[in-house]
Design a protein around this ligand. Structure first.
Ligand code: FES
Length: 79
């Protein structure tokens, strides 16, 4: 099992988040950048959280941190 992680802004995002579907953090982050804002969105976009639901907490954390990060970047570019 690979658990590389190097921050919100980029770098290695290889952590396996949804073990049931074999979905890594990079796929989750891509889905969030494509507009996913909820676990239901991620379920539809990439298939995460479609089985046991054990990954839902991690998915919510990724949603929260990336939405906050994207908001921060938008504010930085606006100023
Ligand atoms: S770990 Fe994601 S649905 Fe089971």
């Amino acid at each position: 099992m690979i658990h590389w992680r190097n921050g919100t802004g980029g770098g290695l995002q290889m952590a396996l988040i949804c073990h049931c579907a074999g979905i890594r953090e990079s796929v989750i982050v891509s889905s969030i950048r494509e507009g996913a804002t909820s676990i239901d969105d991620l379920r539809l976009l990439c298939g995460a959280a479609a089985d046991c639901g054990g990954c839902e907490r991690s998915l919510q954390e990724l949603i929260d941190e990336h939405i906050v990060y994207e908001h921060y970047v938008a504010l930085r570019w606006a100023s």
